[in-house]
Write a protein that binds this ligand. Structure first.
Ligand SMILES: Cc1cc2nc3c(=O)[nH]c(=O)nc-3n(C[C@H](O)[C@H](O)[C@H](O)COP(=O)(O)OP(=O)(O)OC[C@H]3O[C@@H](n4cnc5c(N)ncnc54)[C@H](O)[C@@H]3O)c2cc1C
Ligand SMILES: NC(=O)C1=CN([C@@H]2O[C@H](COP(=O)(O)OP(=O)(O)OC[C@H]3O[C@@H](n4cnc5c(N)ncnc54)[C@H](O)[C@@H]3O)[C@@H](O)[C@H]2O)C=CC1
Length: 442
């Protein structure tokens, strides 16, 4: 059996490793147009902001690791077309040479592309995305230039907020723009996002929310961002307004979701039985929504790669769905969420209630202490938990995993009221904030 994997980043790598490690009879061919593989984009802001010394440890594997396991791996090779009837992929190397690969099974792991705003002036120099390692290098090079003083970040989602912090840490004047009324509006309700915004503002980041960029001005290099509310001098623009699935190879043949992602079943199989799709180019099942959706995260990429490979290898493995669990840490303020915020649930026409609680992490007599806030979102009728958000200067990150499992398992808010949660002053309070939030649910 020969499996061709198009895309050798997180999803493709997980699929390839699973096939190579578990199914010795599998012939695996990996194809990727990039020069590098396995770059952890989550580290870009840490490196650009000099919270870590270098980008070098942001790669967790390389070409030779796959060759050592017997795979054929071709980098700087673009797949230009797939003949799904004849089961052939058409490839071109960086030197312009073309070749073909036939397959028994094909895994599409072509990921996502940053959404490109089509604004006047978009082709000026000094305007960047932040997706690839190369984008990170480009932004880092510009931020290292002392003539670059003003940085405009368009989009206050995860990438935007993280790179805004990084640019500020490097001493730049940073303006953060978003059409939404707060940062991180797709992940957190205003009760949380407003705290993040106070934190960003307190560290000197200029916030421009409810404001839409309409043009970039400059002669050769960008000099200003124009919005529906004003014009702002800028030396560097970073666009981070979301991702779209990269569906160029299969969109005319495979069934696609409303945003273009390849629709997949529980085995990551697309509408073509010999073609699987994994990671950012595919849909994923949301246990909170109880429907398929699109969530571009490395965690989902890895899990879906593993699932596709086992099913191709001959071991039936069903996807169990995801909650879209995520976290962010900015100037020491930590926020984590899973499932749906109240706003996201309402946007999906779900009727939900929520319960909030805010308290100290530990008993008042403990010297080392900090406030923690929590919101648990549950469906009005069934009372099943569909989301949770937590924030603190403490590391409260592990708590969110319990909520992820609760959503996956359809646990109700009432089950949480008397859940056995241990108490030790070093860690928490006897009337801890999870119990208290659950007990105060209507
Ligand atoms: C700055 C940044 C920070 C992030 N931080 C986090 C985080 O903290 N946590 C988290 O969970 N996620 C994070 N993400 C998201 C995460 O990186 C993505 O969800 C993940 O990269 C998806 O992996 P993938 O393999 O599906 O797709 P991609 O990483 O997009 O890889 C797709 C691969 O396919 C190749 N390819 C595409 N088309 C072709 C073709 N025609 N021929 C050959 N090769 C092709 C590309 O070269 C690429 O290597 C972050 C993303 C960015 C950009
Ligand atoms: N910590 C983490 O888990 C991280 C995850 N990621 C993932 O990578 C993907 C891409 O990240 P982002 O690009 O930050 O997308 P995002 O979806 O997180 O945020 C995009 C933001 O852009 C805004 N926006 C949309 N159109 C706009 C416009 N025309 N003008 C101004 N603002 C506009 C939206 O309101 C939103 O706040 C996401 O799936 C994200 O979850 C990225 C970085 C870190």
């Amino acid at each position: 059996m020969k499996t061709v994997i198009i895309g050798a980043n997180h999803a493709g790598i997980a699929a390839a490793n699973t096939l190579l490690d578990n199914y010795p009879d599998q012939k695996v061919v990996m194809l990727d147009q990039n020069t590098n593989l396995s770059y952890l984009g989550c580290g870009t802001a840490l490196w650009v902001g000099r919270q870590i010394d270098s980008y070098e440890n942001l790669f967790y594997t390389d070409k030779s690791a796959f060759e050592a396991k017997g795979a054929v791996i071709r980098m700087e090779t673009t797949v230009e077309k797939v003949d799904f009837e004849k089961k052939i992929v058409f490839c071109r190397t960086k030197d312009g040479a073309s070749f073909e690969e036939n397959y028994d099974k094909l895994i599409l792991a072509t990921g996502s592309l940053p959404i490109a705003p089509t604004l006047p002036g978009s082709d000026l120099k000094g305007i960047s995305f932040l997706k690839l390692f190369q984008d990170g290098q480009n932004v880092d090079r510009q931020i290292s230039d002392p003539n670059v003083k003003d940085v405009a970040v368009i989009g206050a989602g995860y990438i935007g907020v993280e790179i805004a912090e990084a640019a500020k840490r490097r001493g730049k004047n940073v303006r953060l723009f978003d059409v939404a009324p707060t940062s991180l509006a797709s992940y957190y309700d205003p009760w949380f996002a407003e705290d993040m915004d106070k934190n960003l503002a307190a560290h000197g980041i200029e916030l421009h929310y409810g404001e839409r960029a309409t043009a970039y001005k400059g002669t050769e290099h960008v000099e200003a961002v124009v919005t529906d509310k004003g014009e702002y001098k800028t030396d560097l623009v970073i666009n981070a307004i979301g991702f779209l699935p990269n569906n160029a190879l299969g969109k005319d043949h495979l069934e696609c979701f409303r945003n273009g992602a390849y629709k997949v079943d529980k085995h990551q199989k697309t509408s073509d039985p010999d073609v699987y799709a994994v990671g950012d180019c595919a849909t994923i099942y949301s246990n909170a929504l109880r429907a398929e959706t699109y969530i571009a995260l490395a965690t989902n990429a890895v899990r879906t790669g593993i699932i596709a490979a086992h099913n191709i290898g001959g071991t039936t493995l069903d996807a169990i769905g995801v909650q879209g669990s995520n976290g962010i840490s900015i100037f020491g303020y930590n926020m984590v969420s899973t499932g749906l915020s109240v706003a996201a649930a309402q946007k999906n026409n779900m009727s939900v209630e929520y319960t909030d609680y805010e308290d100290l992490q530990r008993p008042g007599f403990m010297k080392e202490n900090a406030k923690v806030k929590i919101r648990i979102v549950y469906e009005s009728d069934s009372r099943r938990i569909v989301g949770a958000q937590m924030a603190s200067t403490e590391d409260i990150s592990m708590g969110i995993h319990m909520f992820s499992l609760a959503i996956e398992e359809g646990v109700t808010i009432d089950k949480l009221k008397l859940l056995d949660i241990f108490f030790l002053p070093h860690f928490n309070q006897p009337y801890n904030y999870i119990t208290m939030a659950a007990l105060s649910a209507k």
